[in-house]
Design a protein around this ligand. Structure first.
Ligand SMILES: O=C(O)C[C@H](O)C(=O)O
Ligand code: SF4
Length: 514
């Protein structure tokens, strides 16, 4: 068993940096279905480039390397205590090597443990089985998509869909609603695991177990197979699209499982996973711990392409739709008031990261640097210190809506002119953008390698006491491209897509499974 720890380390690195072949296949199919000159098509192309970059750089696909969750099957008599210790050591080493972000935070104090070890992290489930080998599976599911998980208790009344009863049709409505309520915030196009039955805890567990299935498998239970096919086909009619930009592809996979329940309870639990669906597995020799087999198709079997516009017509249509503007920081009020929803902004100069801890802090404290005209990037990067210099290892956007309670006030207090993030923000921020003269720019969630390349130097850092993801990094930037999705004139693409998809949701009100 002396190779067990090394094998687990390899599994962690592979899972974080190389998206499996079946997931890649689903993303490629989405690229085919989407007009490549649209916002959704361009985003998928960036995602494809990012997947290749992560594989090539052996660096995290997305900066949020998630909650490491292992499911281990062992032969009877194997020592699980030793395996647990070696898994923990492999997690700490992968963190130190920049393959995982420091993601384990004390819930009361906010202190980051720095090595991804702590109460509840990593999650390790052991099961015994009657085979001779050890099966280790790992999923790295990020926080943004985890926040979009949802649990329904039937019967219930669902906005847009009406009554959902305790039957297959009620389940169908819950799952359609789950996709709608996620909008683009969990980095659509996504995958969902559905757990039918159980109690609140085991229902969610069952939903997450579905995410260990292969994307291209078929459910052996006929009713569930029909449910999966129905949801996959019809959720894509909601028009939410990649990153919630609108488009043909919103969902890439739906997998449902069922277990018994108590007579009084009927839960439908949905686990939402972003496109950066990082899960892999290995079969290990119980004697040596060596890898005998990888359990999902490996990434290199399915190369990705950043597809060029597929026809001259597409390219032209795309070009007339949007304007590209190059801006150097700090921005002026006039520059941002000239921007409209749909424009692409290419940013050069210094920008500052800031997320949950910083926004809360800035409400009643001064900023450590002058933020007049500045650009704030909602991002918790993976950083590594090489010699005396910090290096940006992965740096995609985080879900902006979490900063909604603070953002408007902070924009006005410090004179910020642009906020970059993903998933959009709400009415309070939109009003502040209009009043003060600022814009919200949407970057492609999960494209952490793609954006990391735009950061040419780390000029400094403040609030390291918040931990690496929450610190305020001052980053020298070149060629960072993002789309205006909320402008200084009261327009919000997010509000429009939400409204349109809500109207479409009501089409699915009538019973389908009787
Ligand atoms: O924590 C992050 O970096 C991102 C998070 O996974 C999110 O989707 O908001
Ligand atoms: S940023 Fe997006 S891609 Fe990354 S973990 Fe969060 S939801 Fe997933």
């Amino acid at each position: 068993m002396n190779r067990f720890g090394d094998s687990v380390y390899q599994l962690i690195v592979e899972t974080s940096t190389n998206l499996p072949g079946d997931v890649r296949q689903a993303i490629k199919a989405a690229q085919e279905a989407e007009d490549s000159a649209t916002r959704a098509g361009l985003s998928l192309s960036t995602i494809a480039t990012n997947i290749e970059m992560a594989e090539c750089n052996v660096s995290p696909i997305c900066q949020d390397t998630g909650m490491p969750t292992f499911v281990v099957h062992t032969p009877v008599g194997a020592n699980q205590l030793i395996m647990k210790e070696q898994i923990r050591s492999a997690i700490a080493k992968a963190t130190k090597d920049g393959k995982l972000r420091t993601n384990s935070v004390d819930s009361l104090t906010g202190a980051n443990t720095g090595d991804n070890l702590g109460p509840g992290t990593p999650v390790i489930h052991f099961e015994q089985w009657d085979k001779d080998d050890i099966d280790v599976r790992l999923i790295l599911k990020g926080g943004g998509c985890e926040n979009k998980n949802i649990q329904y208790s039937l019967p219930t009344e669902l906005e847009g869909l009406g009554k959902a009863g305790r039957d297959l049709d009620g389940i169908r409505k819950c799952v359609m609603h789950a996709v709608y309520q996620a909008q683009g915030q969990g980095c659509s196009a996504g995958f969902i695991g559905v757990g039918i039955g159980g109690d609140r805890t085991t229902g969610y567990e069952l939903a997450k177990q579905q995410l260990f299935r292969r994307v291209d498998d078929t459910n052996p239970i006929l009713e569930l197979q029909r449910l999966e096919e129905y949801v996959l086909e019809n959720a894509n009619k909601l028009g939410i699209g990649t990153m919630g930009f609108g488009g043909q592809v919103t969902l890439l996979g739906c997998k449902a499982g069922v277990m018994n329940r108590l007579p009084a309870s009927f839960f439908v639990s949905v686990a939402y996973n972003c496109w950066a669906y990082r899960r892999q597995g290995v079969l290990l020799s119980a004697e040596t711990g060596e890898i005998k087999e990888w359990l999902y198709p490996e990434g290199q079997e399915v190369p990705m392409q950043s597809k060029p516009a597929n026809s001259a017509e597409d390219a032209e249509e795309g070009a007339t739709e949007r304007k590209e503007v190059v801006l150097n920081t700090p921005f002026t009020e006039e520059q941002v008031r000239n921007l409209r929803v749909g424009d692409i902004v290419i940013i050069n100069g210094e920008m500052h990261t800031g997320r949950d801890a910083l926004h809360k802090h800035l409400i009643d404290h001064d900023a450590p640097v002058d933020l007049d005209g500045s650009v704030i990037y909602h991002c918790g990067p993976v950083m590594l210190k090489e010699g005396d210099q910090w290096q940006v290892k992965a740096a995609g956007p985080t879900t902006s809506i979490r900063e909604e309670p603070y953002q408007g006030d902070i924009i006005k207090k410090f004179g910020i002119r642009a906020v970059i993030g993903k998933g959009g923000m709400g009415a309070k921020t939109l009003a502040a953008l209009q009043e003060h003269g600022a814009v919200y720019l949407n970057a492609i969630g999960g494209a952490a390698q793609y954006y990391a390349e735009c950061f040419k130097n780390v000029n400094g850092v403040d609030f390291m006491e918040f931990g690496i993801p929450e610190a305020m990094w001052h980053l020298q930037t070149e060629g960072f491209a993002a789309i205006v999705t909320m402008d200084a004139h009261g327009n919000s693409l997010h509000a429009d897509v939400e409204q349109n998809s809500f109207e479409k949701l009501s089409q699915f009100k009538e019973p389908v499974f009787k």
